[in-house]
Structure formats: C-alpha cells, structure tokens
Design a binder for this molecule. Structure first.
Ligand code: BES
Ligand code: ZN
Length: 599
C-alpha cells in the first residue's frame, strides 16, 4: 500500500489534484449542496486514482472533453468513508464529478432561522478540519495534496455567501430568486481549509486588509471587539515574516459553532462567545491569525503531526500577545493552558499513546483523538526550544522554517531534520525524543511563574479553608486573573462559598464565557440551583464543545442535576452540531454511574 496518510485513500503513486472548481447550488430546503466538482490534475495522467468521499451521491463522472470515466464507489468505512476509484483514460487532464452531498454531511450544519440572531433567515456553514472535506466534495482529502480552488455558489438572493477565498464577482442566479457568488483561492491549500458559510450577513471594515462579517444584529459589537486585529497582523509579520494571504477577514457564526475559531484562510470562522464586550477573549483571534503562518503556510502532513499546526500556533499566539500587551498576561496565559493540559492528560490517562506529540492514528477518528495535548504540550516543547536556542536565534530559525516550508505539508520527522541542520544539537539538548515519542509530560517542561500567579493560586487554596480574599485584592483582578482563581477552586463548594462568589463577582451575569462557564461548572458540580436557569440558557444556545464537555460532566455529578442534563440535552440535541452531540453523549455515558447498565 502506498497510502501515507491513515485518514485518506490518497495513494502517492497515483495522479494528484492541483486545482478544484466547485459549482454548487446551496439547497436549504433539502439541506444539501447540489452540483459538480472539477478536479484538475497536476499532469495529464492515466490509470487508477482514489478519492475520498463520505455520504456523497455521485451522478456522473466525465473527462473535461465529455467522455465518461469509469468509476467504482466502495462501501462506506466508519472513519474513512467510501473510496471512489476512478479509472482514468490516457492523457486525462481533469475530471468533472456531478454529485450531491448528504443532509447528514458532518462538515455542514444547517440552521433553522430560529437558531440565528435575526430569526428570519436560515444559515449554513462548513467545518472541514480534520477529515470532513470529503462529505462536501470528492477529493484527495489529505493535507499532503494542496489545491487552489474556484467556486460558483448559487444561494437565495436575500442571503450572502462567503468562503475561505477571495470574492470574484456576483451574478443573477440560474434559478428563481437566487444569486451566483464567485470565489477564487489562487494559493495552494490543504482541502480541510475549503470553507463556506451562507446567511444573512453584513460586514464592517476594520482596516484596509481586515473586515468582520456577522449577522446584522451583532456587527457593531463584533467590530468593537476585533478592532485591534490589524496591529495583531503587523506584530505577527514582524515575528514570522510577511502575511501571505492578502486579506484577513473574520466571520462570526451563530452560537452553535462547535469550535472557538477555525483558521479558514482569508476568512477565519469564530464563535460569538469570543465577543465578551471588553476584548478579553481576543487570544482566539491571535491564535487563528497565527495559523496563517503555522498551519496554513506550513501544514501538518497528516493528523499524526497535528502538533506541528497547533503547538506552534499556540506558542505563536502567545508571542503575538506578549509583543502587543507586554508581560502581565503572559504567565497567566500559560497557566490557563496548563489547566487544559492537565485535564486532557487526566482524561486519556498519562500512559495513553494519545498524550504523545507524534501520534499513530491508524483506525482512530481524529475527532476522538482531539484534546489540548497537541496545543499545550506542543507549545511547551516549542517554548523549550526557544529557551534553549535563545530568543533571537530561535526567531531567526522560525522565520527560516516558515520560508523554507511555505505552501508545503510536512511531518514531525521533516521538522526534526530541519531543526538538526539549523540548530545543531538542540534536539538532543531538549531530549526531543521524549517530547515527541513518549507519553505524558517530560520532566524538563518549562515552568511559568509570576508573583501574581502565586498570589492567585494561594488565594484559591485559602478559599477552600474558608478564608475569603480581600476586596482590595479582588477588585484589581483582570478577567484572566479571575479565571485562574476560579480554575483553582475545589470543584465542589458549599452554599456559603458559592453565595460569596456570586455576590462578589456577579458571575452569573458575566459576558466573558471562559469565566461564566468556569463558574457555572463549579456551581453545577455543587448542585447549586440558583444557576440552573442560566445553565439551561447557555446549553440551549451555545454548541462550543469546549464549554459543553465541562458543563455536562459537572451536571452529571449529582442525581438531580444529572436529570437536568438529560432534560436539557433532549431539547438541545437537534440544535447541536453532530460533533457537539458526540461530545455530550460520550460525557453523559462516561459519568452515568451505571444507572443505565444491566438493562
Ligand atoms: N484548527 C483549530 C480547530 C480545529 C482543530 C477544528 C481540529 C477541527 C479539528 C483552531 O485553530 C483552534 O485551535 N481553535 C481553538 C482556539 C483556541 C485554542 C484559541 C478552539 O476552537 O477552541
Ligand atoms: Zn488552532
């Protein structure tokens, strides 16, 4: 077998796609994309070519000149989907595949008007990372095969379409009351970065190269929240080299979006939960922007090297924020990440192979392997390299790394070879093999300390022994500091303590979702009924997996709240993205105390 990526049928001995032309009608009634994908090949080719598909109905496959191309669609495999094997006649330059997607396509979420802010129009968006592009288009769905793309997208005339590409015109549609939106992505990207959203959208310019899109109701707040994005781009360019993607636009999605952000090139997708009103959650923007270098320019060759995307990006995000805002938040951000890292390692177990940076994922669904480990363990490894090389020399290394591998997809081993030649001896010095190939956390992990941090964790420890922090202390806390304090509190508190927290910080009314959810998690785990209504509101509205997991698992601690969790989920389920449903169902099953077994 010549399949280098365990999550794709791509075979390295076969022809490669270099460009895709998408022609879609976005059918809100049937909840599907109907149209064609034209795959242009790198060279005129012949013989077998294996594509990834999942849930697609294939209508016909032709060469560009019109002659039919024989094909065979294999039965669906659980993770990979159905292999579509084409048999290319001599000299084939491109193939036109007519198809429709399934209403169950995991990459697409179709929202009823009632699930949007405006409540008047439906909404649809895609999320292709890691291996869901194949539910939207037949393709070689591996980051090793980079493609440029063009698209013609027909949508109802009241709605606007955006894509991870440049806009390239607008025409009346072919069907009644529709418009045809054109897009062009001239740079080669991995298929997981193809993205589309359609809804009642408005935009606001933030700078000559940055713009934010959202439903009209949210556009003012979104424009305020992200106003500093251009200075972030400038800062990032100083650190990592020129911004290569022309524009940096952002789209704020409805709250069902299962992630915090997704780095779709030229159009970052964002959860509305980052709009705190005080710009306190813009670390998500710094993160998605940083992917413009680490991830979108230099891309992991497969999900087994995912840390190359997320570890470097998490490190880069913190470098951008340190450069912009100075040091006060710096140790804080690493400490907040430490909590997520500890929780992920505890969830898998510290001997679990999923705690390695370089993973082996044959037969494993990337959605099940997802955790904070590639992010936080990865970022700590990069930070250790930085500390060991010295900042100046490491910054030069990073710039050269990005310049050398831009627009390519690489493995951990290729990264190591490059590090060895550019910074001889560094991998041995940091014991890179332990970081990459062993489970758990190595003993030489960087330690992040600050006086402030010590005070906050001490205040949290003392709180458990009934000592309350003084007002002069708490009133100076910035949002990240309050978050650290809450994160270090016991997971179950008495009513007196909970009442004090609420009265002191007005937590149930917080618009910063990191703080709100941390509070609701403690309160839910403490069976504290004054917050039940707010928990219900949040869970019925927000589909971000990062918040669903802790909230549902805290609710599962006590019989009464476990009942509440089941009841809320029954209502929320049809509103959640398929990925979010999976997280909730596994969380509830893992903590059900055996009460549904022996049935
Ligand atoms: N690329 C990820 C999101 C992702 C990863 C989607 C894997 C599907 C599969 C994105 O850049 C991300 O990391 N988002 C984080 C942001 C946070 C770390 C600031 C999120 O969604 O929470
Ligand atoms: Zn990321």
């Amino acid at each position: 077998m010549n399949r280098p990526d365990p999550h794709s049928y791509f075979d390295i001995t076969q022809p490669r796609t270099s460009h895709i032309h998408l022609d879609w009608f976005v059918d809100f009634e049937r909840r599907l994309l109907d149209g064609a994908a034209t795959l242009e090949l790198e060279h005129p080719s012949s013989g077998p070519m294996d594509l990834d598909t999942k849930g697609l109905s294939i209508h016909s496959i032709h060469a560009q000149e019109g002659s039919e191309i024989p094909y065979e669609l294999a039965p669906e495999e659980p993770v990979l989907g159905s292999r579509l094997r084409l048999n290319l006649p001599d000299g084939t330059k491109s193939v036109v595949i007519s198809y429709t997607t399934s209403p169950e396509a995991i990459a697409l979420q179709w929202l009823e008007p009632q699930m949007t802010l405006g409540k008047r129009h439906p909404f649809m968006y895609s999320q292709c990372q890691a291996i869901h592009a194949r539910t939207v288009m037949p393709c070689q769905d591996t980051p090793r095969v980079r493609i440029s793309y063009k698209a013609a997208v027909e949508v109802p005339e009241q709605l606007t379409a955006v894509m991870s590409a440049g806009p390239a015109g607008l025409n009346p549609g072919r069907r009644h009351s529709t418009r045809l939106h054109f897009f062009e992505m001239p740079q080669p990207i991995p298929p997981y970065l193809v993205a589309i959203a359609v809804g009642d959208l408005q935009s606001r310019d933030l700078s000559p190269r940055a713009r934010v899109w959202s439903e009209p109701e949210l556009i003012d707040r979104a424009a305020y929240e992200f106003a500093e994005v251009d200075s972030m781009i400038e800062t990032a360019e100083q650190l990592f080299g020129p911004y290569d993607w022309e524009r940096y636009d952002m789209l704020v999605l409805p709250p069902a979006f299962p992630f915090g952000g997704m780095e779709n090139p030229r159009m970052t997708f964002l959860t509305p939960t980052v709009i705190a009103g005080d710009r306190s959650l813009v670390d998500v923007i710094a993160h998605e922007l940083a992917h413009s270098w680490t991830g979108n320019l230099v891309t992991n060759a497969s999900m087994e090297h995912f840390w190359l995307n997320e570890g470097f990006t998490t490190w880069a995000e913190r470098r951008i924020l340190d450069a912009l805002h100075g040091g006060r938040g710096s140790a804080l951000r690493w400490a907040i990440g430490q909590k997520a890292l500890d929780e992920s390692i505890a969830r898998f177990g510290k001997e679990s192979p999923l705690t390695k940076l370089r993973t082996e994922l044959e037969g494993i669904d990337p959605d099940d392997a997802f955790s904070s480990i590639p992010y936080e363990k990865g970022a700590r490894f990069v930070r250790l390299l930085e500390e060991t090389a010295g900042r100046e020399s490491f910054d030069r290394f990073m710039q050269k790394y990005i310049k050398t591998f831009r627009f390519t997809s690489i493995t951990t081993e290729e990264f190591c070879a490059f590090a060895n030649s550019e910074l001889p001896g560094i991998l041995e010095a940091v014991q890179a093999q332990d970081w990459l190939l062993e489970t758990g956390m190595p003993a030489n992990a960087p330690v992040f300390k600050s006086e402030r941090l010590d005070q906050l964790t001490a205040a949290a420890d003392e709180f458990a022994t009934k000592r309350r922090p003084e007002k002069e202390q708490t009133s100076s806390w910035i949002p990240g500091e309050l978050l650290i304090f809450l994160q270090h509190l016991p997971r179950e508190l008495d009513r007196d303590a909970l009442g004090w927290l609420e009265a002191t910080f007005d937590l149930t009314a917080k618009r910063n979702y990191e703080i709100l959810v941390e509070w609701l998690t403690i309160a839910a785990g403490s069976d504290y009924e004054p917050v039940f209504e707010r928990i219900r509101e949040v869970l019925l509205e927000v589909g971000r997996m990062k918040y669903l997991r802790p909230l549902y698992s805290a609710l599962a601690r006590h019989p009464r709240t476990r009942e509440l969790a089941r009841e809320i989920y029954a209502t929320a389920k049809p509103r959640y993205h398929a990925l979010s449903r999976r997280v909730v169902e596994s969380t509830l099953a893992n903590s059900s105390d055996g009460d549904i077994s022996n049935g």
